[in-house]
Write a protein that binds this ligand. Structure first.
Ligand code: ADP
Ligand code: ASP
Ligand code: MG
Length: 815
């Protein structure tokens, strides 16, 4: 014989019930079956609601009642044939009338006891089982209905009754021995106490009803039919990558369900385990899928972790005080106080110092727990031997479960490292003595991230997802997005990196998509995006709370640079081509470095110097491997190179600068380039990265501009001075020419001192042949003492800058 249980979603409406009927017709050809059904999905909650409203004298209870009634009545209308419809409707209306009268009673007496709750919610299962049994009889004559309350006997703990196993087993087996029908339909969840009052087996209890029947009749199999294809490696509604576990042991299933895998009501496993009856979890909406088989054996010995589950709404109680050390009886008193008051303990940890005991309970019980525990220890608290009970709320538990964890080393290490690396703070830890379960208490807000991170760690081909938030999608930013789009597939296949752009913004709008913005249509989408402020952008990134988040700054904006701190403090890495943060006050630069270390988030800015050239990375490698920089000489300005490479005695300095500006080599205000400030910032960053404490004002900047140009108040005025001072500039050129030299704007750093300025460079020097907008950097170090380490190449341009940013992003992905 088989026992099949169909949950709330499986019987939620006429369409779904038709699917159930098909499954039953097929199964009944091969086996005798008992069918346990839940109430229509959502109606148990609605029944509770209508009872609460009636008790509060809120007339709306009638509306909710009508809604529930209509759902049941419409089933009859849709699925019962014309001949039988009136009879069935009469019966259903009779039950609904009983319910209504009960509610009217509540409305009058204003008392909603657990006993009444059970009476009211039982209507869900009573109605669904009756209607389904009638539908089934239309095609399967050999089928009948049996009220589970006549079989399952419990104590009087209403809403969570304890089953009297012996009596129940006898009732069930006697009934089925006498039964001649192929199919028996029974309501789940409902039972009866010794006085004949209706009780229920706890929310989700229909699974348990089915297990009790399966155990009593020694069924060949217990099948739990639901809305997912088995017990998954994690809740599939929260972790997209989760997949059904093919086979699992009773103990593993019990742990997973105890820790929140709602697909199976925890008490269900015990009766099946005792009689060694396999449990198969199947999907009503995809019946051909294999599902999950729960048995004694644990065949799959390779995977140490079988699943990850979680419980929300947890509160942590901490009892502590010096008075507890070495004195027996504190834990006993704590636990008896909780148990006397029916407070369920979900998790226990105790430090070996016995200085404190930590207990996880459901938040709903927290208030009561505080009251009863403080009362229990009122004397010790008054004598200051222990502190009043500490209650922390807003917590959740994640549990990693597997029979084989005990034979694999380092599972907890991997678990806590993965959580730590993703800034998930662990408040308490418990590990079962069987080593089948390691659980951690974390903040509720971190649940989704923790599950994803742990799932990735234990179940996925280690594809790492990088979540990018990019500010500034103008020229360079747009090219970066394009580069990412083109490389996504390659990175996934070859580096196991899933690079996903979750947020972007320009100066006006911002756009977010947790699944990753479609990079083929981001421009149009962004136009329709929300208005952005830097603060709002940050708040949104923070709210997403995704693992491996990276903030990418492709602006030159000071306000954006000022937000790096906020990101780093949330353990979000920062990649920037914006130079402002690293070249402002030394203390700010240091603070960012400290935050990066403290919060385990990287701060990379390779493109601050030489665009995509590996200048900073090379410098870091030298320093990290123990070398010491003695001197840096560099040409670091694309615009000044362009100007001095093209300026000669046949053209005017004014015209060359104009041309450079027109061709996009200078800033809109050319004074920023020509004053040398940009180059000074770059050498400052290199000096700081080389380990020197130095500020911008300490950099000597010998300007080659004449006084009149330096004094110019507007861009136009500045250009005019380039004309009036033409002689000054042509002298610079002719002097260089007569010395057989080239003019280069050079940045230098020697033993702690930095300077920038125009120099005449002779033929022997590596700078002499520098072309176009190329940059060059010479590092003289203790190891590279005679010949410098040279880095040379295009040091400006949108493509190379974007690829420098991309390089930083990939570096983070591979860390
Ligand atoms: P039913 O109404 O059929 O009893 P439930 O809602 O009680 O269904 O249980 C099925 C739901 O359990 C799934 O839809 C899923 O959201 C949730 N769930 C939580 N954890 C898991 C898990 N590890 N595997 C499968 N489902 C899970
Ligand atoms: N209908 C009950 C509930 O919603 C029992 C069940 O579906 O298992 O909790
Ligand atoms: Mg359920």
């Amino acid at each position: 014989m088989k026992v099949l249980k169909f949950g709330g979603t499986s019987v939620a409406n006429a369409d779904n019930i038709s699917k159930v009927i098909k499954i039953l017709e097929k199964e009944s050809k091969k086996h005798n079956i008992a069918v346990v059904v839940s109430a229509l999905g959502g109606t148990t909650d609605m029944l509770m609601k209508t009872g609460e409203l009636a008790t509060k004298k809120d007339k709306q209870y009638l509306e909710v009642y009508e809604e529930v009634s209509n759902r049941y009545i419409s089933l009859v209308k849709d699925l019962i044939s014309d001949q039988k419809r009136t009879d069935v409707l009469n019966e259903v209306n009779g039950l609904l009338l009983d319910l209504k009268q009960l509610l009217q009673g509540l409305y009058l007496i204003n008392e909603f006891s657990n006993k009444t709750i059970d009476k009211i919610v039982s209507f869900g299962e009573l109605l669904s089982s009756y209607i389904i049994s009638e539908i089934l009889q239309q095609t399967l004559k050999s089928s009948t209905l049996k009220d589970s309350r006549e079989l399952i006997i419990t104590d009087s703990t209403f809403t969570n009754a304890i089953v009297k196993t012996k009596e129940t087993t006898t009732n069930i087996s006697t009934f089925f021995k006498k039964n001649k029908n192929k199919v028996v339909v029974l309501p789940g969840f409902v039972s009866k106490n010794g006085n004949g009052d209706t009780t229920t087996l706890g929310r989700g209890g229909s699974d348990y009803t089915a297990a009790l029947i399966a155990s009593a009749v020694k069924a060949d199999i217990l099948e739990i039919w639901t809305d997912v294809s088995g017990m998954y490696t994690a809740n599939p509604k929260l972790v997209k990558q989760a997949f059904p576990i093919r086979e699992i042991s009773y103990e593993e299933a019990m742990e997973l369900s105890h820790f929140g895998a709602k697909v199976l009501y925890p008490p269900t496993v015990q009766p099946a385990l005792q009689k060694n009856i396999p449990i198969l979890i199947k999907n009503t909406f995809a019946p051909t899928e294999e599902g999950t088989l729960i048995t004694k054996k644990n065949k799959n010995k390779t995977l140490p972790v079988k699943g990850i589950s979680h419980i929300e709404n947890i509160a942590l109680l901490t009892l502590e005080g010096n008075g507890m050390v070495g004195i027996p009886g504190f834990s006993k008193r704590l636990f008896s106080a909780l148990s006397r008051n029916r407070i369920n303990v979900v998790l226990i940890t105790q430090a070996s110092s016995e200085h404190s005991i930590c207990v996880g309970i459901y938040s709903a019980d927290a208030k009561k727990a505080k009251h009863v525990v403080d009362e229990e220890f009122v004397y010790e608290i008054s004598k200051k031997k222990i502190k009043p009970l500490l209650v922390e709320e807003g917590l959740a538990i994640v549990a990693v479960v597997g029979d084989n964890m005990k034979s694999h080393q380092g599972i907890s290490g991997r678990m806590f490292r993965a959580l730590g690396q993703n800034n998930v703070n662990v408040r308490a830890i418990a590990q079962g003595a069987s080593e089948r379960n390691i659980s951690a208490v974390i903040a509720s807000k971190d649940i989704k991230k923790a599950l994803t991170v742990l799932h990735n760690q234990f179940f996925e081909k280690q594809v790492k997802t990088l979540n990018l938030f990019i500010v500034g999608v103008g020229n360079v930013g747009a090219i970066l997005l394009d580069q990412i789009r083109k490389q996504q597939q390659h990175l996934n296949t070859n580096l196991l990196l899933n690079v996903r752009v979750v947020g972007i913004s320009n100066s006006k709008k911002m756009l977010f998509d947790e699944e990753g913005i479609d990079l083929n249509s981001w421009k149009a989408q962004l136009q329709k995006g929300k208005k952005r402020t830097h603060q709002l952008f940050f708040e949104t990134v923070k709210k997403y709370n995704l693992s491996n988040s990276i903030f990418v700054d492709v602006t030159a904006n000071e306000d954006v640079a000022n937000t790096y701190k906020d990101y780093l403090k949330e353990s979000i890495s920062v990649v920037a081509c914006n130079k402002i943060a690293c070249s402002s006050k030394y203390s700010d630069y240091r603070e960012l470095k400290e935050l990066s270390r403290k919060y385990n988030a990287s701060f990379l800015f390779e493109t601050n110097v030489g665009a995509g050239l590996p200048v900073i990375n090379t410098l870091n490698n030298l320093i990290n491997s123990g070398d010491r920089i003695t001197s840096i000489q560099a040409v670091l300005s694309g615009s000044l190179n362009f100007i001095f490479n093209n300026f000669n005695d046949e053209c005017s300095f004014h015209d060359i600068v104009k041309q450079a500006q027109e061709e996009g080599y200078t800033e809109p205000d050319p004074r920023i380039d020509l004053s040398g400030i940009d180059v000074a910032r770059k050498i400052l960053i290199l000096a700081r990265e080389a380990g020197f404490k130095i500020d911008l004002k300490a950099i000597k900047n010998q300007s080659f501009l004449p006084k009149a140009s330096l004094k110019a108040k507007t861009i136009d005025e500045f250009y005019k001075t380039l004309k009036t001072e033409a002689l000054h500039f042509s002298k610079l050129y002719s002097s260089a020419k007569s010395n057989d030299c080239q003019l280069k704007y050079v940045a230098e750093f020697n033993e702690g001192k930095a300077s920038v300025g125009l120099q005449e460079i002779n033929k022997e020097h590596p700078f002499y042949n520098l072309k176009g907008k190329d940059n060059i950097v010479l590092f003289f170090t203790e190891r590279y003492a005679e010949q410098p380490l040279i880095i040379k190449g295009a040091g400006a341009g949108a493509q190379v800058t974007a690829s420098g940013l991309f390089g930083d992003i990939i570096t983070l992905g591979r860390n």
